[in-house]
Design a protein. Structure first.
Ligand code: GLC
Ligand code: GLC
Length: 651
């Protein structure tokens, strides 16, 4: 439906009036510029301010000082927009001209810790040739900011968004890295850890010292009344670390909301000053040259008594408000949502006006589920029902990241296939901790909660896929199967559409590293088992086809190269095909006039897909497997070796 112009302008009137009133003042406060930068900014304000205004009004309109807050937020936006370096303004223009740039088949992501991967930010810079060799166009670095010594939740307890952890380098190194990556065709992705700060952040220190304005930056309660009331409906996220969601801070004589660790204090977004302060941090990161911000722990940013305090409507308004101000001040920047929650909730964060990108935790969990069960029913169902998102957005598809695997499939979806969610999760946890008889996997439980029976899984891709057990048993046949599993699940994330993301180290089959148990800052967090330092002496074997590293690397490198050679891997439509087999996943992709059929056998038994299932999707045309060059023609059946997959295109 066409928007009714008179309606829109009526609705936007308060925003336009506010802007008219504020603009001259903002212009004076920012030096009275009237150059091209100011004009471009004025155009963007005209286009996006009404939306920002509307969102802020919904969030903070009841606040007695709403107009003052609005003015300071706008000042922040204008100031940082004008401070944006020329190269990034050029990037803004380029991205606005080609907003679908991230849908390209060229896109391939990698993720790592700067220190563990390369000893620091300069080390990462030196690895640019490695990234390019692998085919990466997107590099996510785990939070490199100042954080507490010892346990900092892997950097997710940020003590300053403006200072880099000195062990990794400096802010200048970070900006230089962003630029060098860009000049080499890679976008830098960093976290916006905005649900909480560390308890060593300046704001937390001031709160602890008794400054009431900063106490209001966090959610602090003088006694247990409110915390007890909230906890009735809260999920425990890190029960190993502390029960419930609050931590008593004696200096403040109060209970501080701490969803994750005791040293991670949740910010109080019901306070507009917090929104303003974090908007400033966000835009400063953008101006450093970050091209994608991973919005960390999005589900938790708004709290309301009597709810689970996850995925509340205001959480969406907040992100949309951050998005709107980004469109004004740093339009090249994209948001990626980290919502590791029920699939119904995951999709709600996805939208051009909210997060253009989102992790796909469901696909990830169901790939592992299919390896464990050798069945693809849940996976196929998820691709049918839950894969489609707006065409101007993209999934980030992955098999492992730095976090645990949570079995976040929907119980209702599972029930439709006769699977009981709770029992099945128990099975998966047993399987991936190697406790289930015959399991190939070597993983560890993460945050086992005896109260709920809940648990998640830690482990590297290779160890979970069976390589560790196979090496231990010196079984060449099992090693071969493990490598096939690794390549199989990567073949899906590389072909299904969206941005594939590789946890660096997985390309050479890095195994679990149990040495974290000797480090008191890490021993209580099993996720460290899958965050080992990069073994460069192993990576050096990657071109040796007789080495394990070489077999995995060559396989993966080839899949990436094929993806990047064929435009059919650009995001487009996806249709799941019946295969007549519970073990074989197949889908058909049509993109820009090209077609691709993927068929993948998730079992260690050979399978045959009847020709009647495949050929209609290719209109009966003969097809070639991009991987082997082998020709297939209608009405032939398609045989698949153990864990084999094919990428068929019309010959
Ligand atoms: C995110 C991170 C995770 C961290 C948590 C708290 O989920 O991925 O590593 O523990 O946020 O910041
Ligand atoms: C929970 C959170 C998720 C976080 C993870 C860390 O699953 O929902 O955001 O990444 O914990 O382990």
């Amino acid at each position: 439906m066409m928007p009714d112009r008179s309606d829109t302008s009526e609705r936007d009137r308060p925003a336009r009036l506010a802007l008219e009133r504020l603009l001259p003042r903002l212009r004076r406060q920012t030096g009275g510029q009237a150059d091209a930068a100011w004009l471009a900014l004025a155009g963007r304000l005209d286009a996006h301010f009404p939306l920002l205004f509307g969102l802020l009004e919904q969030l903070y309109g009841d606040h007695p000082d709403f107009s003052e807050h609005l003015e300071s937020i706008l000042l922040t936006v204008v100031r940082l927009a004008l401070a944006r370096p020329p190269e990034l303004r050029a990037l803004d223009a380029a991205r606005e001209a080609r907003p679908d740039w991230f849908q390209s088949n060229q896109m391939v992501g990698g993720v790592c810790y700067a220190d563990l991967f390369a000893g620091g930010l300069r080390g990462v810079r030196d690895k640019i040739p490695y990234f390019k060799e692998l085919g990466l166009t997107y590099l996510h670095l785990m939070p490199p900011f100042l954080c507490p010594a010892g346990n900092s939740d892997g950097g997710y307890a940020v003590s300053s968004y403006r200072q880099v952890n000195p062990a990794l380098g400096t802010v200048d190194d970070l900006a230089a890295l962003a630029t060098d990556l860009r000049h080499n065709g890679l976008s830098l992705v960093l976290d916006f850890v905005f649900n909480h700060t560390s308890d060593e952040h300046e704001w937390a220190k001031r709160a602890r010292a008794g400054d009431p304005a900063y106490r209001e930056f966090y959610r602090v309660f003088p006694d247990r009344a409110q915390p007890d009331a909230f906890e009735k409906t809260l999920r425990e996220i890190f029960p190993d670390e502390h029960p419930g969601a609050f931590t008593y801070v004696p200096e403040m004589q109060g209970w501080v909301w701490t969803t994750f660790h005791r040293f991670q204090w949740d910010l109080n977004y019901s306070n507009p000053a917090v929104f303003n302060a974090m908007a400033e941090e966000l835009l400063r990161l953008a101006n450093l040259g970050v091209e994608v911000l991973r919005l960390d722990a999005v589900a938790f940013i708004w709290k309301k008594l009597g709810t689970a305090c996850e995925n509340l409507p205001e959480a969406h308004l907040l992100i949309q408000a951050f998005n709107a101000l980004t469109r004004i001040a740093a339009p090249a920047l994209l948001f990626k949502s980290e919502a590791i929650v029920h699939p119904d909730e995951v999709v709600k964060y996805i939208g051009a006006d909210e997060c253009q990108l989102s992790y796909n935790p469901l696909l990830m969990a169901l790939l592992w589920n299919s390896l464990a069960t050798r069945k693809v029913r849940l996976l196929a169902q998820a691709l049918r029902l839950r894969f489609q998102i707006p065409p101007d957005c993209a999934w980030v598809n992955y098999v492992r990241v730095h976090d645990d695997i949570g079995w976040t499939f929907s119980d209702e979806d599972a029930a439709r296939l006769g699977v009981k969610g709770y029992d099945h999760r128990q099975f998966l946890n047993q399987f991936y901790t190697g406790r289930f008889p015959g399991s190939f996997a070597a993983g560890l439980p993460f945050q086992e909660n005896p109260k709920t029976g809940d648990s998640r899984i830690s482990g590297t891709c290779a160890s979970l896929a069976g390589l560790e057990t196979a090496i231990r048993d010196s079984s060449a046949a099992e090693i071969d199967l493990a490598i096939r599993r690794i390549l199989l699940i990567h073949s899906v994330i590389l072909s299904v559409g969206g941005i594939p993301l590789i946890y660096l180290g997985d390309e050479i089959g890095t195994l679990n590293d149990y040495s974290y148990r000797g480090d008191p800052a890490k021993a209580n967090d099993s996720r460290w088992v899958h965050r080992p330092a990069m073994r460069w002496e192993r990576a050096a074997c990657r071109h040796d086809p007789s080495s394990l590293e070489g077999r995995i690397y060559a396989g993966l490198r080839r899949l990436i190269a094929l993806r990047q050679q064929h435009p059919v891997f650009t995001a487009g439509s996806l249709q799941v095909l019946d295969t007549g087999s519970d073990h074989v996943l197949a889908y058909h992709c049509a993109r820009g006039g090209e077609r691709l059929i993927v068929a993948a056998n998730f079992s260690e038994q050979p399978q045959v897909v009847g020709g009647q299932y495949l050929w209609p999707a290719l209109a009966g045309a003969p097809a070639v497997d991009l991987l082997t060059g082998q020709l297939h023609a209608a009405p032939q059946d398609l045989p698949l070796a153990p864990y084999e997959f094919v990428w068929l295109t019309p010959a």
